[in-house]
Every structure is written in C-alpha cells, then in structure tokens.
Design a protein around this ligand. Structure first.
Ligand SMILES: C[S@@+](CC[C@H](N)C(=O)[O-])C[C@H]1O[C@@H](n2cnc3c(N)ncnc32)[C@H](O)[C@@H]1O
Length: 248
C-alpha cells in the first residue's frame, strides 16, 4: 500500500489556491441531484468547501480526512461533524450513511480498491457513492498549456473511469451513470499560478528532485513569467469525471 497524500503542508493555502467556497458551491450543486435521502459522508473532506456547499443545500453532511490541519478548517464549516480518519479504515459502523462522496481524492488515498470496499461497507443497501475523479480538463489557454507541460510529472492515476468501475464492481457497487461534464469555473492569473507552482502546492511537485525541477518545471515557470498581463485573470471552465454508484 502506498502512503496517503495528506494535505498538511498546503492547508494554509488550499482555499485561496483551489477556488474556495465558490468552487465548493459549484461542485456541490453538480453533485446534489444524485444524492438519495439521508446523511452524507465526504471522505477526504479537506477544508470542507464541497461538504459545506452540500450542507447549504440542506443536506446533513459529515467529513473525514487524514490531515488534521485541513480538518481544522473543515471544522469551522461543519462544526461537530468532522473527524480524523483514513479512507482505507473508516471510523464508522457498517451501514452508517445513505451517501458517500469522494471529490479529487481517490488518486491520493494510497489504495483505491480498499477505499472503495470501505465506502461500500459504511453505505446502507441502496446507498449512493458519488465520485469526482480522474484528470479534470479545460479548453486550451495559456495557463492550461503550462499545466500540460507538467503533466509528465503526474504519476499514473488509478481513478480513471475504467479503473474506478472495476474497483467499484469488486466492492459491490453498481454504476448508475458516468459523465465528463462541467463542474466549476475558475479565474486564475499567471502570477497566482506561478506562486502555486513555485511553492509546490500540487502534490505531484512535492517530491520532485533538483534535476527534474531544472529540466521540466523551470522552463514551464519561465514560460509563465513571460506571459503578458500577469495580473489579468484567465477563466477556465473545468470539466470533471463524475460517476454515481449504488450499493447493491
Ligand atoms: C485535493 S484535496 C480534496 C479536498 C476536498 N474533497 C475538495 O474537493 O476540496 C484531497 C484531500 O484528501 C485527503 N486524503 C488523502 N488521502 C486520504 C486518505 N487515505 N484518507 C482520508 N483522506 C485522505 C487529503 O488530506 C486532502 O485533504
């Protein structure tokens, strides 16, 4: 089993760099139509932005995460409803939830098939698993071009639609639907993206050594520094894979 990617080191910057409540609300609105009646658990809840978006829509939402600094922020949004715990050994009894949500988490958990078995265990029969997973996509622009240059540093993702389907089926979850569809819109300036990359906020930059940094990352940063109007936001409309499963 590989190590889980706990987000301790980026907790202070996460909301500012990843869209904050605006993204949380947009993502929650996309997920809400697939929820069934009853409590929701978000696994890998992070700072709670998506969970809080669902709570604002009237759902009872609980959150769990391996990172205590991320959870401290989630606790401000979901008072009394967050706890520390690992997706691979959830601290909940069998059949506790009607819905379980993973957003941008399954590639980080360390063992996706085990996380799906745990998700199936804590769901009631007939309960729903909603996953936002796989590589997000946006139409090409100057900032997306820089991110594309860094894609070679991303480890292969286990949470492709096919990978997730297989693991879900083995965990006793039947697919209701899958879509690659709009999720959220974000305005980012070249300077903001530059800061995020220089500070190694994306997990795929955490362990990059000096040689690879100089050969792959530095030229991408140089291209970013040369863009005109570094403080003019560029708007991207991100599409995500969204899959819905039911516990049979
Ligand atoms: C990219 S953030 C997503 C947070 C939130 N779902 C969102 O969309 O804003 C990934 C989160 O998953 C958590 N995480 C990673 N591995 C985990 C695991 N094995 N169990 C629980 N949480 C995990 C990280 O600590 C981090 O808070």
């Amino acid at each position: 089993m590989t190590e889980a990617k706990a987000f301790d080191r980026v907790a202070d910057d996460y909301d500012r760099m990843r869209g904050g409540m605006e993204r949380g609300r947009q993502s929650a609105a996309q997920l809400a139509g697939d929820l069934t009646a009853g409590p929701v658990l978000e696994v890998g809840v992070g700072t709670g932005i998506v969970a809080a978006g669902l709570a604002e829509l009237g759902h009872e939402v609980h959150g769990v995460d391996v990172s205590r600094p991320m959870l401290a922020r989630a606790a401000q949004r979901l008072a009394g409803r967050v706890c520390a715990g690992d997706a691979r050994a959830l601290p909940f009894a069998d059949g506790s939830f009607a819905n379980l949500v993973f957003t941008h988490v399954l590639h980080l958990v360390g063992d996706m098939p085990l996380a799906l078995r745990e998700a199936a265990r804590v769901l009631r029969p007939g309960g729903r698993l909603l996953a936002v997973h796989g590589d997000p996509g946006a139409d090409p622009d100057e900032l997306v071009a820089v991110l594309d240059r860094l894609a070679v540093l991303q480890p292969p993702r286990p949470d492709t639609p096919e990978g997730l389907d297989t693991a879900a089926r083995e965990a006793g979850l039947e697919r209701l639907r899958h879509e690659f569809a709009p999720d959220y819109e974000r305005a980012t300036t070249p300077r903001q993206l530059l800061e995020s990359l220089e500070r190694r906020l994306p997990p795929y930059l955490w362990d990059v050594g000096d040689e690879v940094w100089a050969r792959v990352v530095e030229p991408a940063l140089a291209a970013l520094r040369e863009l005109p109007d570094p403080d003019r936001p560029r708007v991207q409309r991100w599409r995500v894979h969204r899959s819905v499963y039911v516990k049979v």
